[in-house]
Write a protein that binds this ligand. Structure first.
Ligand SMILES: [Zn+2]
Length: 147
């Protein structure tokens, strides 16, 4: 991919331009360059076609030039989800250990209630963050591929 056309921005900006997620300044920078650079216009056209092909063939086999991107995205998503699951298990295990240690002592009822309340609150907060993360992972329509 030739970058000696005078383009002063990263290819990622072209993707962002397609998605319409750029700031006004960046958007203008890309548009001005596209007006005077046939290479980048062609690159842009290819990106748009790839994008449209991806959308219309969602449940079919990806085009040949999609193969190097799709599995990588899937793998990173899987490890992201797995990471959160492991972290949850770890957090629950640590809480269990903590409660087990404290509970074995002759602990007054009020302190038990306080401990239980605090842990429940923390667990709920963690759970909400976890759900939020998983939702974001599933619904994120703008998956930017870092190079
Ligand atoms: Zn260019």
């Amino acid at each position: 991919m030739s970058t000696d056309c005078g383009r002063t921005f990263d290819e990622v900006l072209l993707t962002g331009y397609l998605d319409g997620v750029l700031t006004q300044a960046d958007d203008q920078r890309v548009r001005l360059h596209l007006e005077e650079c046939a290479d980048c216009r062609r690159l842009m056209d290819e990106m748009r076609e790839t994008r449209e092909a991806t959308m219309t063939t969602r449940f079919e086999l990806p085009a040949d030039d999609q193969w190097n991107e799709a599995p990588r995205g899937l793998a990173s998503r899987l490890s992201y989800g797995l990471g959160w699951i492991l972290l949850s298990i770890w957090a629950v295990g640590m809480l269990g250990l903590l409660v087990g240690h404290l509970w074995s002592d002759a602990m007054p009822l009020t302190e038990k209630l306080l401990l239980f309340g605090g842990l429940s609150g923390a667990a709920l907060l963690f759970l909400s963050v976890l759900i939020d993360r998983l939702e974001t992972m599933r619904n994120d329509p703008y998956r930017k591929v870092e190079k």
